[in-house]
Structure formats: structure tokens, C-alpha cells
Write a protein that binds this ligand. Structure first.
Ligand SMILES: [Zn+2]
Ligand SMILES: [Zn+2]
Length: 492
């Protein structure tokens, strides 16, 4: 869900207007001021896209040639590459040269959460997804904290993230998880993209004064929030300037980077799909722990405008708790929650799907329509030659079972050629569901004339009374075991 710097999309066609990394670009500043004055509203970028946009784009916009060892050096995004390699290098130098004080260690962890929340609660849930409303002070705080994570401006980041949600797992998804774990983690930032991300509207963000302010001062903000603030707090607080720079600055930044990058990689790779398995997003507690609560990503892709990622109180989602606390403090409002009924439908769908898979590998009793219908006389006659017992309107061949009967062979033997329905269903012993299920596997015919009234339910083995059927299978066969044909047949 995140990036380090503003990589300009490499596109064969008209390049999308990507915000510059440096706010010092006079041209852009002037343009923004002019637009502000004129009160001109940016038209939504996806206003006029055709209905077949995805297919059309994939067919007609040719991607850049694949990256090979020969062209690799020309295809790297050196700005991203530098930030992603120099930051950990600085942190490693610090680890070997500066002693880590406990105050600095604690401050680094706290600052990791502050800047991480800038991304998760700010960039992601507030701006990319509009999952709640934030007051101006909270917006400024989140915009500053998010800048301290050095992952690009809010507008650029949200534009990529909205494309990721809209075109998940396709070539128009900038972090397409089908291209592998490392591509979705950092590859998409250090190699120039082969395609421009799919169109996604961010005109609402262009109108936001906090986002414009962050955009304008972005370079100043990443230097001050990324390095100066962590250094000054440790320096002025307990005299550890170097520790503040190396640990709370560089090492912390490295952790924030890879923590948030995990939402694009780990969250599309590890875990379960309790809501929908159509795409790669997954739920896992490890991802949640690594990403300040963004690990319930299967839920998130299904319900992206929900301010929560974790819906259970015991699941780890500090970003949700932070937004909730902001609401209690009067800093946030209109926290969006998807209707529980719809959330549970998603869960039910996946549960039924798994049950169906279990059901499909089991063998059930033959369908009533597959069995021959036998008259009472014919049954009597055939029972004199083999061990047949009639129970609940079905004729069963119990030859192989006689010695397996827990109650003893004699109780089965005395019912051969008879109707043992009453004896089976409680007259002698009220057989277990397992016994009934197993008995149904011995069915070889249907007794002509059906069974007594009130027994219909008992004709269906317990394991088949409730079954998972696709919508177009409901109503087909297997619903009744009542004999309907007058025809005679031979037992199979
Ligand atoms: Zn995702
Ligand atoms: Zn998202």
C-alpha cells in the first residue's frame, strides 16, 4: 500500500500528472495557487472512462519491454533505490558506532508508531479510503506524521492505493501481487513500472487544503519529520543527538518502510480468506502485528471504506483503536462501518464453500431415483437368497454387515425379509445418526408403496438432511425417498 518516493509512471502514452517530489517546483506551486484562487475544481480522472476500460487498456496500451539483466541499469528508479538502501545503511553504521540508550530505544518505538499511524490512520484509512472525517488539527498531525514515514505525498500515495483496490491483481494494479512477493513489497518502487497504474480519481484530495499544504512543503516535511524531529527530541530530551539520528531517525524509518510495505506483500500472501477468495488479499495476525493493524486485508479489500481492519475486539488493530480514540476526543467523526449483515454474508459464503469442498469428497447413499422399485413379494423372494432387510421404505443388503452389528448378528438375522423400521427407529434400539448414515450406504432398492406417514424425515440419512447445494441445484432430485413407480426391477 505504500511507496517511498514519487516514481513517475513510465507510460507509452500520455503520462499521468504525477506530483513532483520537490515542493520547490515553482511551476506546480504557482499552478496550485492559481487553481485555489479561481476556485476551479478538478474533474474526476475517471469521469469519461469507457465501460470496457480494463480490457481495452490491457489490449491497446503496450507495456514497456520486460526488465532483463542487460537493461536493468536503465530501468531502475534510482531515487527510490537510494532511499531504500541508504536508510538501512545509515542505521547499520549507527548500530556499530553509537550505543543504544534505553530512552532512545523507547522513543524510537514510539516514533515508529507515530509515523506509522500517519500512514495507516492518515494516508490509508482517512485519505485513500475516506473511512472517517478528521478535524483540521488531526489532519495536520497525520499529514506531518505521514511525511515522517517518507513514502511520498498523500495525493500520490492515495492515487496508487486507489488503483490497487480498483484493479487488484491485474496489470493495472501498481503493486500486483501476482508478480511475486518481492515485486509487491519493493520491486514496484525500484524498477520503473511496465505500465501506468489504472486510472483512479483523487480530485477530492486535490481540493483538500491540508493535502495541498503537505504537497507544497513535502521536502521540508520529510527532512524535519523524518530526521530532525526524532533527533531533536532525543538530543534536547536526554542529550543523545547521535542516537536520535541513527535509531529514532534512520532505523525507525527503515522499520516503518518495511512494516507498511508488508501490506502490499505479506497481506497478499499469508493467511486465510474468510470473506472472499476471488483475489489475493489475506487475513493474518502476523501481518497485523507487522503493520500496526493492517493485517486483516481480506476484510479490508471487501469493505475498504470501513474504518476497521479487524472486526473482533481481540484482534490486533491499533489503527482502529487510534481512530476510535480520536472520535472520543472529538477529533474524528462519521466513522464508517459496513452493515454487519453484509459482513456476515461474506463469512457465510466462504464457510459454505469450505463445507461444500468437504461434502464433495464424501460418498453418500444412492439417490432414490437410481434404485430399482421392488414389490413386497419380490423382496420376500429375493431375501430368501441373500440377507435383505427393509427399513424406512428402503431395502438394504446387510450380508457384509451381519458380523459387524454392535448388537449382535442375531438381531439383524431375525429381521431378514421383514420390515425392521420400528425396531431400527427405537422399537428395539434408537440407532445413532452414524448407524443410520451407514445403513443408507447398504441401500439396494426401494420398497414399492413407500413407507408409513410420519417417517419421511427418517428416510433421509442425517448426513443428507442438510446439504450444501449451488443455487442451480436446489430442487433437483434426492428430496424424497417415497416410491413413485409401479415398475418392477431387480436389486442391484
Ligand atoms: Zn491490498
Ligand atoms: Zn486500502
Amino acid at each position: 500500500m505504500s511507496t517511498v518516493v514519487e516514481a513517475r509512471p513510465a507510460s507509452p502514452s500520455k503520462a499521468h500528472s504525477t506530483p513532483p517530489i520537490s515542493p520547490s517546483s515553482t511551476l506546480t506551486s504557482v499552478k496550485i495557487v492559481k487553481e485555489e484562487k479561481a476556485g476551479k475544481e478538478e474533474e474526476p480522472a475517471d469521469m469519461d472512462i469507457p465501460d470496457n476500460y480494463v480490457a481495452w487498456t490491457l489490449k491497446n496500451q503496450k507495456p514497456l519491454p520486460p526488465v532483463t539483466w542487460e537493461n536493468l541499469f536503465r530501468e531502475l528508479n534510482y531515487l527510490s533505490l537510494s532511499i531504500l538502501t541508504i536508510t538501512p545503511a545509515i542505521a547499520i553504521i549507527g548500530a556499530f558506532t553509537v550505543k543504544l540508550r534505553w530512552e532512545t530505544a523507547a522513543w524510537s518505538v514510539i516514533y515508529y508508531f507515530i509515523t506509522g499511524l500517519g500512514i495507516t490512520a492518515g494516508y490509508h484509512r482517512l485519505w485513500a479510503h475516506r473511512s472517517y472525517n478528521a478535524s483540521k488539527p488531526l489532519q495536520y498531525a497525520l499529514a506531518m506524521a505521514g511525511a515522517g514515514a517518507v513514502e511520498g505525498s498523500i495525493k500520490w500515495w492515495s492515487r496508487g492505493h486507489r488503483a490497487h483496490h480498483r484493479y487488484t491483481d491485474t496489470e493495472l494494479d501498481p503493486y500486483n501481487a501476482h508478480r511475486g512477493f518481492w515485486y509487491s513489497h519493493i520491486g514496484w518502487m525500484i524498477i520503473k513500472p511496465r505500465r501506468k497504474p489504472g486510472v483512479a480519481d483523487v480530485s477530492d484530495l486535490s481540493r483538500n487544503e491540508v493535502i495541498r499544504w503537505q504537497h507544497r512543503w513535502y521536502l521540508h516535511l520529510i527532512i524535519s519529520m523524518g530526521f530532525l524531529v526524532p533527533m531533536f527530541v532525543a538530543g534536547l530530551g536526554w542529550g543523545d543527538w547521535a542516537g536520535g539520528f541513527f535509531y529514532a531517525g534512520a532505523a525507525r524509518l527503515c522499520f516503518v518502510h518495511h512494516s507498511t510495505f508488508c501490506v502490499n506483500s505479506l497481506a497478499h500472501w499469508l493467511g486465510e480468506a474468510p470473506f472472499d477468495d476471488k483475489h489475493t488479499p489475506r487475513d493474518h495476525v502476523i501481518t497485523a502485528l507487522a503493520t500496526i493493524g493492517e493485517g486483516y486485508h481480506n476484510f479490508h479489500h471487501q469493505f475498504p471504506m470501513d474504518y476497521r481492519n479487524a472486526i473482533r475486539w481481540y484482534q490486533y488493530d491499533p489503527t482502529k483503536w487510534f481512530i476510535w480514540a480520536c472520535e472520543k476526543a472529538g477529533l474524528a467523526s462519521h466513522l464508517k462501518v459496513f452493515p454487519d449483515n453484509e459482513v456476515r454474508k461474506g463469512q457465510l459464503t466462504m464457510q459454505l464453500k469450505r463445507l461444500r469442498e468437504t461434502q464433495e469428497v464424501l460418498t453418500f447413499a444412492p439417490d432414490v431415483n437410481e434404485l430399482p422399485v421392488i414389490s413386497w413379494e419380490s423382496y420376500q423372494e429375493q431375501a430368501s437368497k441373500r440377507s435383505l432387510v427393509a427399513i424406512g421404505g428402503f431395502i438394504h443388503d446387510v450380508s457384509a454387515f451381519m458380523d459387524e452389528h454392535p448388537g449382535g448378528r442375531h438381531l439383524v438375522a431375525k429381521n431378514i425379509g421383514k420390515d425392521a423400521t420400528t425396531a431400527f427407529f427405537g422399537g428395539v434400539y434408537d440407532h445413532s445418526n452414524a448407524a443410520h448414515n451407514w445403513l443408507s450406504m447398504m441401500r439396494v432398492g426401494v420398497l414399492h408403496g413407500g413407507t408409513q406417514h410420519g417417517l419421511e424425515d427418517k428416510n433421509v440419512p442425517p448426513s443428507q438432511r442438510l446439504r450444501i447445494a449451488r443455487y442451480n441445484e436446489i430442487g433437483s432430485g434426492n428430496a424424497s425417498s417415497t416410491a413413485w413407480s409401479d415398475g418392477e426391477g431387480l436389486l442391484g
